[in-house]
Design a protein around this ligand. Structure first.
Ligand code: ADP
Ligand code: TRP
Length: 339
């Protein structure tokens, strides 16, 4: 009998802040929708965040917050493997081994490293590596290990991470070229959304919502803060009775990701006809966001309580992840002649 072998998909989430509406629509929701068919592995890349997060309290909080967000959004810890990168020590042993198979020239060409050097060049700093740590330089190697140690087939990532997945395939190839007769690392493929423009949410200043622009609407902000943040979104001074172009409004764009078709069509008609002011539109957005997010927020708040089941769920996930990683590391050790 021939059985179809299902593909394993894996993705990592870097805990660099509280999750916002953009992360939810652009990353969390599509990833959970995709989880249906393939066997899925998700993890919080907390050691990757160390290249930029230097506040121990924040690193811990954001890691818990990202984990609680994915669980509250519907990630099923029974059907998926969900863990914290730092709970899987095998990753860090394999990191050394594979760094010995990672061409330095390849890392010299990595986008994030090159961008950091460009910033120094533009600032007139003579030493282009000034302020750049080895963590940033080695970042793609650690990411390759995340992928290769779990023998993932598919890696869904945004365009900005495509190069890193290609590096992972390259590093696997370099290892396989030497030891392929005794053990082969699985060569992964990136899955990049073909069209993600429709899923880009504007922030409170109309630019793309992003932590780096300080314009985010936190996914699970308390009601009062949500109301205040929505009210801050700038609008023009078109009077209430004047017809308005819904598509030019960041508030309407945000609404379009959360309201149902009927509600959206009704709001569009009223804006175009005139008679609906920006204030009322903001109230509508706030009500719709509350309706959609409250049930998730309740679960999130419960998970964020000290002593919640969050730690237990992550520990269970780590045990599953280690069971998957250990035989890979074992075979690598054997192949290279260690242990
Ligand atoms: P930020 O720009 O806030 O630092 P990240 O780079 O951490 O966000 O993004 C994590 C994930 O969330 C990525 O997959 C990214 O594509 C998605 N994402 C971030 N901001 C938005 C947005 N405004 N609209 C849609 N998706 C977004
Ligand atoms: N580098 C990814 C990011 O910044 C996070 C990440 C770490 C990752 N390890 C991974 C993503 C492995 C996919 C697979 O978003």
């Amino acid at each position: 009998m021939v059985t179809a072998v299902s593909k394993v998909s894996l993705t990592g989430i870097k805990p660099t802040g509280e999750p916002h509406l953009g992360n939810f629509i652009g990353a969390i929701k599509p990833a959970l929708e995709l989880a249906g068919g393939a066997e899925s592995i998700y993890f919080i890349a907390d050691y990757h965040a160390l290249t930029s997060v230097r506040d121990p309290e924040l690193l811990g909080r954001w890691t818990r917050s990202v984990a609680a967000t994915w669980l509250a959004a519907g990630l099923d810890p029974e059907r998926t493997i969900f863990y914290r990168q730092s709970d899987v020590p095998e990753i860090f042993e394999l990191h050394w081994v594979l760094s010995c198979f990672s061409a330095k020239g390849l890392m010299n060409r990595a986008h994030a490293y090159k961008a950091a050097r460009d910033r120094n060049r533009e600032a007139g700093v003579e030493e282009l590596d000034a302020g750049i740590n080895m963590g940033l330089f080695n970042y793609p190697v650690l990411m390759a290990v995340d992928i290769l140690i779990m023998e993932a087939d598919l890696v869904p990532v945004g365009k900005d991470q495509l190069q890193h997945v290609e590096y992972a395939a390259d590093i696997a190839g370099a290892f396989n070229a030497v030891y392929g007769d005794s053990f082969k690392l699985k060569v992964p493929k990136a899955v990049v959304p073909t069209e993600d423009t429709g899923r880009t949410l504007p922030g409170t200043d109309g630019r793309k919502m992003s932590k780096s622009y300080n314009n985010t609407i936190p996914l699970f902000a308390p009601e009062a803060q949500l109301r205040k943040t929505v009210r801050r979104i700038p609008t023009d001074s078109t009077p209430v009775e004047a017809p308005k172009d819904p598509d030019s409004s960041a508030v309407f764009q945000l609404l379009s990701h959360f309201a149902d078709h009927k509600k959206l069509a009704e709001v569009r008609t009223r804006l175009e006809a005139g008679g609906m002011g920006w204030g009322e539109l903001k109230n509508t957005l706030q009500v719709v966001l509350s309706e959609q997010l409250s049930p998730m927020r309740e679960r999130y708040d419960a998970l964020m309580q000290p002593g919640s089941e969050l730690e237990e769920l992550l520990a269970l996930g780590a045990a599953k992840a280690r069971r998957r990683a250990q035989p890979v590391l074992e075979q690598v050790r054997k192949a290279i002649g260690i242990g």
